[in-house]
Write a protein that binds this ligand. Structure first.
Ligand code: NAP
Length: 294
């Protein structure tokens, strides 16, 4: 048996196209151009790549894109002043501060300074709390992408057994909440969990969000399960480049699972597409319009 490969590239391209259609509609009917401001502090090469890709895709969807690059040694007060300015800027509907921030800056304070209505990363305690309470909220983009990828295989997740490996605020915890909203039965595992392989073998849906290359082996996977690999580990190649490796031993998983996301070409593709969705949703909510059709 060979598993189906869940093609994040195709699914993300389809989502971006639907966002672009909705952006064109709100522009035409309501004179609204959704705007996303991305704040990059310092010059971490991986963060620069992500920010460039967010900028390109935001513009391609017909939205306004504002980039703010600050030096790594920026004073916390100056960063907070920029966020305060963006909070009141009517052209900006989404604010994203690229993480991780350089040492010396208080990430928690910076996130808390963002207007929750513009918190398109879904990390503000207001949105995290609403999500945990089962209320409508701006939710983190990577977990949203995981749900869309899963639903491309299983339109309903009701009653399915899911395991989420990893409990970060960015991925694991919000993913658990989104799965609960879909009426899945969820186990959340982490570095202190006992006998992870056997916990995993009970799951119809496996989400690996750890950051340990190929940790999830083929014999951890229940035959026919759907496996969503969030993990990214950069390893150097012989040619002096870097290669991305997921948390799942892909070749082994392909022999057992029903469907698997590749790395790259899986979850990563969805994260920016979902950021566009969140920006459009935030813009419509701020303008008092009904939620968009994506
Ligand atoms: P993180 O904050 O470092 O969290 C990692 C989680 O994995 C923690 O909860 C940790 O448990 C758990 N863990 C560590 N070792 C473990 C083990 N041996 N067994 C079980 N659980 C273990 O990372 P993150 O921000 O959630 O990101 C996770 C991975 O996803 C990273 O590779 C990251 O690069 C990737 N990622 C990808 C995207 C994308 O768009 N594709 C987006 C975000 C993140 P404890 O809580 O007990 O320490």
């Amino acid at each position: 048996m060979t598993a189906q490969i869940i093609d994040g590239k195709i699914i993300a391209a389809d989502l971006r196209a639907r966002v672009a259609d909705e952006v064109a509609r709100v522009k035409r009917d309501h004179g609204l151009t959704p705007g996303l401001a991305v704040v990059l502090v310092g010059n971490d090469p991986a963060s620069e790549v992500y920010v460039r890709s967010k900028h390109k895709q935001t513009q391609a969807a017909g939205m306004a894109s504002f980039e703010h690059v600050l030096p790594a040694d920026v004073a916390q007060a100056d960063l907070l002043a920029l966020i305060a300015k963006l909070n009141t800027d009517p052209a900006v509907h989404g604010i994203l501060v690229q993480l991780p921030l350089p040492k010396g800056l208080d990430t928690e304070k910076v996130i808390a300074a963002i207007d929750p209505a513009k918190d398109v990363d879904g990390l503000h305690p207001h949105n995290a709390g609403r999500l945990a309470g089962g209320l409508p909220a701006l939710s983190p983009c990577t977990p949203l992408g995981c749900i869309i990828l899963t639903k491309s295989v299983h339109p309903s997740l009701e009653g399915m057994n899911a395991i989420v490996i990893g409990r970060s605020n960015l991925v694991g915890r919000p993913l658990v909440q989104l799965l609960l909203n879909e009426n899945a039965t969820v186990t959340i595992a982490h570095s202190r969990s006992r006998d992870l392989p056997s916990l995993c073998r009970q799951a119809d849906l496996v989400y690996a969000a750890v950051g340990r290359a190929e940790m999830v082996r083929g014999d951890w996977i229940k035959p026919g399960a759907t496996v969503i690999d969030v993990g990214i580990t950069r390893v150097p190649t012989a040619e002096g480049k870097t290669r991305l490796i997921g948390d799942v031993a892909f070749d082994e998983a392909m022999k057992v699972a029903g469907a698997v996301t590749p790395v790259p070409g899986g979850v990563g593709q969805m994260t920016v597409a979902c950021l566009l969705v969140n920006t459009l949703r935030a813009a419509c909510a701020i303008k008092g319009l009904p939620a968009p059709g994506v």
